[in-house]
Design a protein around this ligand. Structure first.
Ligand code: Z5A
Length: 208
């Protein structure tokens, strides 16, 4: 099978950690080589940028935007493209759709600026499949709060997370072949089963 690029998206508490394990188990059953990576981060320089992004006291929205794309550029150039070129599948916990959701929807950055930065850094290296775990902000934030201390972005108000969800849904509507919406408001076992089924359908569509 040709190597494919899969990204995973969702807002706080959507269940990405558990989804990654499900994706891994499906790829293991297909016996394909793969790398699991994440954004922001996934590469040593990009991980340093992640630390600034998540743990600074305050960042201007434009600084946040540029740092997200700076980290992404390192990640694409040094990890994603080489892995795909060497025949490995890539699974990224968040990718460029997160910028359209958080910086576009949440911070209200102009879409044309995001599209320009996407062309500049991502280019043709778009995911073949994006699993978007859709959760109501109240549900996701309650789960995230029960788990750990909040990082800088998680401290935002509820409106911010509604804007993020709306931006993700809009992006999913605009890219129905690539972005598959998974209902993540239900029990983890159901979410994981939906992921499994979506991956099988994806494999069938590749073969057919
Ligand atoms: N960001 C951005 O702004 N722009 C960008 O371009 C990119 C990112 C790439 C870091 O991302 C931050 O960067 C993130 C977006 C922003 N904003 N914030 N905050 P991250 O992915 O590293 O951080 P995160 O979104 O906060 O990930 P997370 O906290 O690991 O979320 P999660 O993976 O969705 O949550 P989880 O650990 O899987 O689940 C949370 C808890 O809920 C845990 O105890 C689970 O057991 C529980 N859970 C999950 N699903 C269920 C269900 N279905 N039922 C019951 N309990 C559940």
């Amino acid at each position: 099978m040709m190597p494919r690029f899969i990204s995973l998206e969702g807002s706080e508490g959507a269940g990405k950690s558990s989804a990654i394990e499900t994706i891994q188990s499906v790829l293991n059953s297909w016996k394909v080589p793969y790398v699991i990576t994440r954004e922001p981060g996934g590469e040593p320089q990009a991980e340093k940028i992640r630390d600034i992004l998540l743990h600074s006291d305050h960042l201007d929205a434009k600084t946040e935007l540029l740092l997200m794309f700076a980290a992404r550029n390192e990640h694409v150039v040094k990890v994603i493209r080489p892995a795909l070129a060497s025949g490995k599948w890539v699974v990224s916990d968040r990718f460029v759709d997160a910028s359209f959701a958080y910086q576009g929807g949440g911070r209200q950055i102009d879409l044309t600026i995001l599209q320009f930065l996407e062309r500049l850094t991502v280019g043709q290296t778009m995911p073949d499949l994006t699993l978007y775990l859709d959760v109501k902000p109240e549900v996701g934030l309650a789960r995230a709060a029960a788990r750990s201390d909040k990082d800088r972005i998680e401290k935002e108000q509820l409106d911010f997370f509604y804007a993020i969800r709306n931006a993700y849904l809009e992006r999913a509507n605009q890219n129905p072949h690539r972005i598959k919406k998974i209902n993540a408001n239900c029990a983890l076992s159901e979410v994981n089963e939906s992921i499994r089924q979506t991956m099988v359908r994806f494999q069938e569509s590749m073969n057919g």
